[in-house]
Design a protein. Structure first.
Length: 405
């Protein structure tokens, strides 16, 4: 067996290995006084090549440019990982980002109903744009996709969802998208349905009189308190405090992953207490005596066929359509009216009474002042003073109430 020959250098040493190749190494200057060697990244056929490597290392040390091989390796690994991540990000398609974005919505505790809505809308997005890389999206590509969608309603909902999803992509560190390419001057969701019909006091009274008895108090409640329809349908006896003249809005009807109706959080995930006019309290009292079960968890507005089941908003909307026809309320060709119209009516009337922005935000559960300022310009004591000023109005109308205030 041949012996390994070591050639001492003024810097480092060179060893001739049994294989006949040369290994160069030097002492780690960061490990002194401990004797630790740093080997060349490879062995050499020629001794002069090993000497040249040591010469280059010594020259770097003398110039102050030497880097520890471990630090170099770490930096190169980081650069390689960054390059790989960049390549993966640039390869990210609309379909893949849509899946990630929707998964993030689940982590944000968005309701199952909202997730289902997004998923339905994203089908139209991914069908036309799914294979397109995010970085390749342009306003022209989006405009062509938009024009190919089957209807105005689909165009509006799908486009709004795409825009929201791409805003999230711009804000994310996981995509290279720097600017949202959604630049269409497109109609809003309300334009796709038409103009909301603005209810008058007389029309609200007429609807309350025309709708089936089980839902009369629902009309009165929404026109006064302005609850969202699924907030009202989630009310239980424990949420209605007739002696105090108020309702606690703690839940909203939603659907779970199986599609079943369940009690979920409100749209803003906050509970609120809404004060009621005396006429609304009396309407609720009569309604609950006749149509609400006896337990504290009994639904205030149960199913029309089974009191233990939730009333679906779609069923209530069909009843509203019937009541509109009975009341002789004819909508224009470009108008629509649903239960949200009563919320709009309520907020408008409350704003006309002089409610402040804080009053409106508190009463209607808005988290930003921008919504409140749409209806007009803290504090339930002020609301109670306004509401108690009406004692002789009709069941629903607050025209007199406004004049008295």
């Amino acid at each position: 067996m041949s012996k390994t020959k070591v050639k001492r250098q003024s810097f480092g040493n060179i060893t001739k290995l049994p294989s006949g190749r040369y290994r160069a190494r030097y002492q780690d200057p960061t490990a002194l006084p401990k004797r630790t060697w740093i080997n060349a990244p490879r062995t050499y056929d020629q001794k002069k090549d090993a000497e040249w490597w040591l010469h280059e290392v010594k020259l770097a040390m003398d110039r102050g440019t030497w880097e520890h091989p471990a630090a170099v390796a770490a930096r190169e690994a980081e650069e390689e990982a960054a390059a790989t991540a960049q390549a993966e990000a640039e390869a990210l398609t609309v379909a893949v980002w849509a899946d990630r974005w929707l998964a993030g919505k689940r982590l944000d505790d968005v309701t199952a109903a909202t997730i289902r809505t997004y998923r339905d809308r994203l089908r139209h997005v991914t069908r036309g744009l799914g294979d397109v890389r995010l970085v390749d999206l342009t306003p022209e590509i989006i405009a062509d996709w938009y024009d190919d969608l089957p209807s105005d309603g689909v165009r509006t909902s799908a486009y709004l969802t795409l825009r929201i999803m791409l805003n999230a992509a711009v804000a994310s560190d996981d995509t290279p998208l720097a600017k949202n390419p959604c630049r269409l001057k497109r109609p809003t969701a309300s334009h796709a349905r038409g103009r909301r019909h603005l209810l008058t006091d007389a029309e609200v009274d007429a609807i309350a009189a025309a709708i089936r008895p089980e839902l009369k108090a629902l009309v009165i409640l929404l026109a006064d308190a302005g609850l969202r329809i699924n907030e009202a349908l989630a009310l239980r006896r424990r949420d209605v405090h007739l002696d105090a003249g108020e309702v606690e809005v703690r839940h909203s009807l939603t659907r779970d992953e199986t599609g079943a109706l369940v009690l979920g959080s409100t749209k803003t995930r906050r509970s609120r207490t809404v004060l009621l006019r005396p006429t609304t309290v009396e309407a609720l009292r009569e309604h609950m005596d006749a149509h609400t079960g006896g337990g504290v968890d009994a639904l205030v507005f149960p199913s029309l066929v089974e009191k233990k089941r939730f009333l679906m908003a779609s069923t209530a909307s069909k009843a509203l359509d019937v009541a509109l026809r009975k009341a002789g309320i004819i909508l224009g060709d470009d108008e629509y009216l649903g239960w949200h119209g009563f919320r709009h009516y309520s907020a408008t009337r409350f704003g006309e009474l002089g409610a402040t922005t804080a009053d409106l935000m508190d009463r209607y559960g808005w988290t930003t002042a921008s919504m409140a300022t749409l209806y007009q310009h803290a504090v339930k004591t002020r609301q109670r003073a306004l509401l108690d000023s009406e004692q002789d109005s009709t069941v629903v109308s607050i025209r007199k109430y406004r004049r008295q205030a």
